[in-house]
Design a protein around this ligand. Structure first.
Ligand SMILES: *[C@@H]1O[C@H](CO)[C@@H](O)[C@H](O)[C@H]1NC(C)=O
Length: 364
């Protein structure tokens, strides 16, 4: 148990360390990621955040890849059948703004997502006829990927398809179409957007376990059928002190098959006290080590094209709302100042030595 004086000293030190000036451009994360073997350093954003000049300044100076956090999810894009809404009445909440921002800055975009058990409208999840569900899936993919086929480099076509034991998760797709739904969705997507890299994205596959082994089987079966599968997204929602040490071995399960292994949703949550501050210096260091470990793992596999963080500043992280007592999971604080986790990320990028082989190249 810390005395209140000691706690105050730690909090003061954290506050002091958070007023450092923004780093120079050649120390920016995107510059360093590109230097570390032509990789990207990305972040999830929501379109409304682009109205904040401070937010946008960091986005544009530190990141060269963007994932729309919600804006391309089914319930947003096709809330009722056949009514696609990309720019809609509330422009600030749309994918349109995000793609325009990425084009302006030369950042790549990771589309997210098509088949998922969440944020899918009930007019879809209530379908029980396989023929009709396939038609609805095809229409949706044509609507979304048709519109963005020249704008997006990657798309998480299937999101979180497996249970922890490596079996298929119950969702409308699996329940109505069986396991072939993944192949079906990939083929529809590839028909519409033949240049786009199509991914399956999941969590808890960052270590060698039943789930990642199950995913490796799914991937190998798809490739054996020549299905257009190009990447397995490692979400990487980690807990400080529990970041897997065998991420490289888990990546190898997929990169050995020729699949890319992007880190897609990185954050490292830790116990927090008041104001989302780390409970103590130990947990803060564990968070920073988590960032270092994850980024280093990506840099250690030539088929890891980059790392995306799930938002970059703590106030808009999903963590505190979902994991009570946890937070401080990102790399900028509430004042948009870089935290020690930012510098751990930067150091990992500086220490990385390998080159990514599949990556097109992006702005720095
Ligand atoms: C730091 O905080 C964590 C979480 O509350 C606690 O388990 C741990 O014992 C604390 N460590 C120190 C050195 O205070």
């Amino acid at each position: 148990m810390l005395s209140s004086t000691a706690l105050f000293a730690i909090l003061s030190a954290l506050a002091l360390s958070s007023v450092q000036a923004a780093p120079a451009d050649k120390d920016s994360l995107d510059y360093l990621a590109n230097k570390a073997g032509k990789r990207y350093l990305g972040t999830a954003i929501q379109a409304y955040q682009l109205a904040d000049p401070k937010y946008t300044q960091i986005l544009e100076s530190q990141f060269n890849a963007i994932t729309p956090e919600n804006e391309m999810k089914w319930e947003v894009v096709e809330p009722t059948e056949g009514n696609f809404d990309f720019s809609g009445t509330d422009k600030a909440s749309t994918s349109h703004e995000i793609v325009a921002e990425a084009k302006k800055t030369g950042s790549l975009v990771r589309g997210h997502n098509i088949c998922w058990d969440s944020q899918t409208p009930s007019w879809v999840t209530s379908i029980t006829d396989p023929t009709r569900l396939k038609q609805v899936l095809k229409n949706h993919i044509q609507g979304v990927l048709g519109r963005y086929k020249n704008d997006l480099e990657y798309f998480d076509i299937v999101n979180e398809p497996l249970n922890e034991d490596g079996t298929y998760k119950s969702n409308v797709w699996y329940n109505v179409l069986g396991e072939s739904y993944i192949e079906t969705a990939l083929r529809f997507a590839h028909e519409v957007a033949p240049e786009m890299k199509l991914c399956i994205n999941d969590y808890n596959i960052e270590t060698v376990n039943a789930k990642s082994k199950g995913m490796a089987k799914v991937a190998a079966n798809l490739l054996a059928k020549n299905a257009p599968l190009h990447c397995i997204g490692f979400e990487s929602h980690f807990i400080g002190g529990l970041t897997p040490q065998d991420i490289p071995a888990s990546m190898k399960q997929f990169s050995a098959l020729g699949l890319e292994v992007p880190i897609t949703e990185l954050d490292v949550r830790i116990p927090v006290g008041a104001n989302d501050q780390p409970a103590n210096a130990t947990v803060a260091k564990q968070r920073d080590d988590g960032y270092y470990t994850a980024v280093s793992a990506c840099l250690g596999d030539s088929l890891c094209p980059g790392v995306s963080i799930w938002q970059f500043a703590d106030p808009t992280s999903w963590i505190p709302g979902v994991f009570k007592g946890y937070g401080s999971a990102l790399i900028y604080d509430a004042e948009y100042q870089p935290k020690s986790s930012y510098y751990a990320t930067q150091q990992a990028l500086k220490d990385g030595k390998t080159t990514a082989t599949h990556f097109k190249g992006i702005k720095v």
